[in-house]
Structures are given as C-alpha cells and as structure tokens.
Design a protein around this ligand. Sequence first.
Ligand code: FAD
Ligand code: SF4
Ligand code: SF4
Length: 497
Amino acid sequence: MTYIPAEKLAEDAIQTLEELNARTEPLKPKDRMAIPAQEMPSQDPAVRRSNMEEVALGYTPEQAKLEAERCLQCKTAPCIAGCPVAIDIPGFIQAIADGNNQKAADILKKDTLLPAVCGRVCPQETQCQAPCTVGKVLKSVDKAVNIGRLERYIADWEREQGLIETPAVKPETGKKVGIIGTGPAGLTVAADIRREGHSVVLFEAFHKPGGVMVYGIPEFRLPKAIVQKEIDALTEMGCELKPNFVIGRTRKIQALLDEDGFDALFIGTGAGLPRFMNIEGENLVGVYSANEYLTRSNLMRAYDKARADTPIFDSEKVAVLGGGNVAMDAARTAVRLGAKEVHLIYRRTEVEMPARVEEVGHAKEEGVIFHLLENPKRILADERGWVRGIECLRYELGEPDDSGRRRPVAIEGSEFEIDLDTVIVAIGNDSNPLIRQTTPGLETNRWGNIVADENGKSSIDRIYAGGDIVLGAATVILAMGEGRKAAAAMNEMLADS
Ligand code: FAD
Ligand code: SF4
Ligand code: SF4
C-alpha cells in the first residue's frame, strides 16, 4: 500500500459512531484509515500524581467500535507475526466491529490466558502494532490500529459482565505437577496442566501469588484485582496454592520429585535479583533497588501510610537510575508516595530508552524530571551515613555497541551534584541463584538462566522451565507464551508416562 497524506484522508472522515452508522456504502480502506486513532481516556496528571488508581481508563464501547473499524482485515495480517503468541488479531477485531464481544473474547482466549493484563502492559508498539498496515501506510506507529487497547476493552468487558467462566477440568489422572513461581509463566502452566486433569500445586516464595504482575508493576498501571481474578480461577479449578514456600530453602527440587510424589515440575521463578551499579555510596541508608522499593509499595501496600505494617521512608528528593519500565514505575511510585522532586537519570538519550513510550510520556506528565546523557559517579553521604546527594557526569553518544545502540561516553570534568535523600537503582535484574545452587545437574548459562530446549525441557528429566528464568528479564506475554509451550510438552509427557 502507498502512503496517503493525512489531509487527503481527512476529507469526509468518519469521526463519530453516528457518522459511522449513517454510512450506507461499505467502508473502503481509505475510509477506515481516515477514522482517527482513538485516544485512551485517562486520569488527569494533576489528580493521579497523588493516587494509586489506574491511570488509563479504557475505551468506551463507541471508541472500541470506531477503533475496530480502522482495521483493514489484511489477508496477510502482519500484526499476527508481531504477537509472541500469534493471537488471531483481525478475527477478534472483526468480532468487535460486528458487535459480538463474546466472540472476540473467545478468540482471544484461544491464545492468551491474560488478555486484561497483556492489553495493559504488552509493549504493543514494538510487537503487534509495529507491523500493522494502517501504521505503515500512515507512516506512524502511533496511528496503527490500537490492538492492545481493544484487547483490554474485551477482557474488561467480559470480566465486568461477570461472564468469565472457570475452565472445564478433565477427569483426574492421578498425576501431580509442581509449579514453582506464580508469575505469568507459572500461572499459564498451572491452567493448561490442570485442564488436562492433572493435580497442580503452586509454590510461591512471597505471601501473595502473581509474580511481578503483583509485586513489581504498580497498581496505577495494572490493578491487582485483575491478576487476582486469574488466580481465583485457578483455585476454582482445583489448583493448590502454597505461599511463603521458597523452593531451594523450604524444600529442594529433588525432594519434590523423589519424596513428595511429583511427576513433573515447572520452574518459573523469574528474574528477581536486582543489579547494582557498583559505585561508591550504594550501601548508604536511603538507597533502594527498584525491586525492594516497588515490592514494599505494591505488595506490602506501603503507600497506604496510615495502615501499612512497614511504611516506606518519606522521601523528599528522589533519584531513579535507569531508563526502562522498571525505572518509570519506580519514579512514578515515588511521585505518588509524596516526593517533592523525582529525578530520572539515564546515560543515553530518550530514543535509546527501553521503557515504553507511553510510560515515558506519563512519567513526564506527572512531573518526573528527566536527566538524559547523565550518569551517577558516586552517591554522597551525610555525617550519619544517609544519602545527601549524588555526583553525576555528563555523557555524549559515541559509536554503536554490541546492542546496536550508540555507546554513551563520559565527558571528562563534567561532574555536578544533585541534592537528594533517596536513590532507587533500576538498571536491570538477574535470575535468583537459589534454585541453581540447590539443584545439582540443572544446567544454567553464564547469566545464571536455566537452559531449556524449544519445549521448555531442562537438563533434568521431568523438570521444565520458562519465563524470565530462561529468557532473562523479558515481558509478560513472552513468559506466558513460554509457559504455554512448556505446558503442552509436559501434558504430552504425562500422557505417555
Ligand atoms: P515473575 O513474574 O518474576 O514471577 C516469578 C515468581 O516466582 C515470583 O512471584 C517469585 O516470588 C517466585 N519465586 C522466585 N523464586 C522462588 C522460589 N525459589 N520458590 C518459590 N517461588 C519463587 N513486562 C511487560 O510485558 N510489560 C511491562 O510493562 C512490564 N513492566 C515491568 C515492571 C517491573 C517493575 C518489572 C520488575 C518487570 C516488568 N515487566 C513488564 C517484566 C515482566 O513482569 C516479566 O517479564 C514477567 O513477569 C516474567 O514472568 P515470570 O512468570 O517468568 O516471572
Ligand atoms: Fe499485542 Fe500483546 Fe495482545 Fe499479542 S498479547 S496481540 S502482543 S497486546
Ligand atoms: Fe488490522 Fe493492522 Fe492487523 Fe491489518 S495489520 S489486520 S490493519 S490490525
């Protein structure tokens, strides 16, 4: 398809549902692309800065219909190739356009267990929406069909109507599967294995299940009630949940297989070990890893200062180090916890930032101060050993490095200081070493991730693995996709054994 300038599209463009319904002729591709991409209503930044409620409010039915009509129903559907679990995107969008939300929900559920989550947190602009024909023709990924928002709309519609049914479970097989970790990978495996009639026990180190979806991603981006609904469905299916149960410490992998009667195990323990910068001052009081900061806020509800058992320190001036989604979440949480200044320090430019464009935009709207091409040299202490500031260097971009991004190079003599009382380090996570240290024979790679084949099978018989513990820190949808693949192989193995 060739590029169509916006002014040509704008003539006679459908703007409202009434105008759409008034059309008697079938819509041509040009008419569809002229419908403006529907913006997601969201909370006013000035209001949401001081509450934990969800920022994005979701499409209205009218908006969902208009957005669905923007889809060209391309025969080759390049969007599907952009989705890690290959959802039938034109199929579910056509169902919305036809007013058949239930059909749309059924299509989604064939390939994803967590549409309400993925519709909210998938990096759609680099996945399904990146190759969308509409975006390509209009020369902007921002104008692609908003697939994620439509997915969220349908998942929310189904939940709010009370139409979500507990999946059917086949007759009991007598086989028992243990799932270690209750993030998106573990939850997906649990559902797919239980459906086949095998009994399922989920082990979770924290007191609440849900993995990063609960302890990492803040409420204002992903309401916990949505994840809880998925967990409730698993318990209704008969899965048993064992919280506060650390595999490798409370019980070892080999004991689960040899003594506790498990026929197979899935390890979905994620990448929860925070990286630090290894600079002077990182052990001062007032330095947090983003994991600790977010876990305290989300899981321990430290933002609820009057009632929290472990309230979080009242920071005035905070610096967050990093440029990914985790850094944005930490910075935006610090804003909501009442910090007067929140500085985000990133050594490259905004173009290289790994965070989603939408999250960067939201952080800026909420008043986070961006320091680009700057990086900390050391964290400064007061006389009590508490953080009093940070010394940074300015940077410029040099030649591309192994990742293809231009390498940031420090400018000598460019040191400057920022006054602070809190520093949050958000520069990435590695896998937790506990399971590999306590499971002889389990092959891991040089980053400590479990080595698994294309079906998720590890180096030990009957043990499978998937999600961040195999991929390194990745995404919810990739973890879910890995879980699905491993569950299929485990079900096959159990059927043959
Ligand atoms: P996890 O979600 O990490 O779950 C692993 C679970 O295993 C945890 O509950 C942990 O407590 C438990 N566990 C660990 N060790 C043990 C043990 N020994 N015994 C028992 N239980 C154990 N992805 C996106 O797609 N979009 C986003 O916007 C996004 N934002 C993010 C924001 C933050 C702050 C973070 C940290 C990550 C974000 N991600 C995002 C990444 C995404 O959340 C992860 O890729 C995904 O959750 C990985 O799923 P998982 O099932 O492999 O592991
Ligand atoms: Fe897009 Fe994620 Fe949905 Fe796939 S699961 S269609 S990548 S939003
Ligand atoms: Fe619709 Fe875009 Fe997919 Fe084409 S590429 S089917 S326009 S969502």
